[in-house]
Write a protein that binds this ligand. Structure first.
Ligand SMILES: [Zn+2]
Length: 208
C-alpha cells in the first residue's frame, strides 16, 4: 500500500499567498473537512470538548443547511469555521463563474475569511479571484488519509506521528468515510500532541 504525499512544495510555488503552516512553532491546528455530519461531527465535538481543544471546521454549505443544529454547536463550542464551498465543488472541473457562485452560496449562510478548496483542487484564476475577495486560502501540512478505505489505524497513527512538529495544520475529515479511523485516531493523536507540549489553536487571522 502506498499513499501519495501532498505535493506541498509544488503547491507553495503555485499559490505563494496560501497558508500551509502556522507562524508559531509551539502551536498545532486540527482541521476537519466536509461536515457537519450527524454522529461523526458530534463525536469529534465531544472529543474536542473533553480535551478542551479548539479546532477548525471547513464545512460544506449544503451540509450546514441539512444539519443546522450541529453547525450551531460547532460555533457555540468556540471552533472556527471555514468556507469549503456550498456543494463540495471540484475547481479543476468547473468554470470561474460557477466556482465563485458556489463559494458565494456558502457565504450567504455563513461569512468567514478562511477558504479551503475541496480536494485541494483550484485553478489559478479561481485562487486569484478569492484572494481579491480577501479570503485566506488554507491548505494543510499533514494529511491523515482518514477517508481512505485501505488506511489502517496503525499506519494512520504512524503517518501522523512521524510528521508532527509544531506549526502544522493537520487535515482530518468529519465524513461518514472517515469515521472508522477518526473515532480511534483522534483521542490518541491529541494525547500525542500533548506529549510534545503543542498548543491547539483554531485558525484565526492573528495566527497565520
Ligand atoms: Zn472536502
Amino acid at each position: 500500500m502506498f499513499f501519495l504525499q501532498t505535493p506541498v512544495l509544488l503547491y507553495q510555488k503555485l499559490f505563494p499567498e496560501a497558508i500551509f503552516q502556522l507562524k508559531h512553532p509551539n502551536q498545532i491546528a486540527l482541521t476537519f473537512d466536509d461536515g457537519p455530519i450527524p454522529e461523526v461531527t458530534e463525536f469529534i465535538l465531544d472529543v474536542l470538548k473533553s480535551y478542551q481543544i479548539p479546532a477548525t471546521f471547513f464545512c460544506v454549505g449544503h451540509n450546514i443547511i441539512k444539519h443546522k443544529k450541529i453547525f450551531d454547536r460547532i460555533l457555540n463550542d468556540g471552533h472556527s469555521v471555514g468556507n469549503h464551498t456550498f456543494s463540495h465543488i471540484n475547481g479543476w472541473k468547473c468554470s470561474l463563474n460557477r466556482y465563485l457562485g458556489d463559494v458565494n452560496q456558502f457565504e450567504k449562510i455563513y461569512s468567514t475569511s478562511f477558504f479551503r478548496p475541496p480536494y485541494g483542487k483550484i485553478k489559478k484564476s479561481q485562487y486569484n479571484e478569492l484572494l481579491k475577495r480577501n479570503y485566506k486560502i488554507v491548505f494543510w501540512s499533514i494529511i491523515s488519509y482518514d477517508y481512505h478505505s485501505k488506511m489502517t489505524e496503525n499506519k494512520c497513527k504512524k503517518l501522523l506521528e512521524n510528521q508532527t512538529t509544531g506549526g502544522q495544520i493537520v487535515l482530518f475529515h468529519d465524513s461518514i468515510k472517515s469515521f472508522r479511523l477518526i473515532s480511534k485516531i483522534l483521542p490518541q493523536y491529541i494525547e500525542f500532541c500533548h506529549s510534545l507540549n503543542l498548543t491547539f489553536v483554531p485558525l484565526k487571522n492573528s495566527l497565520l
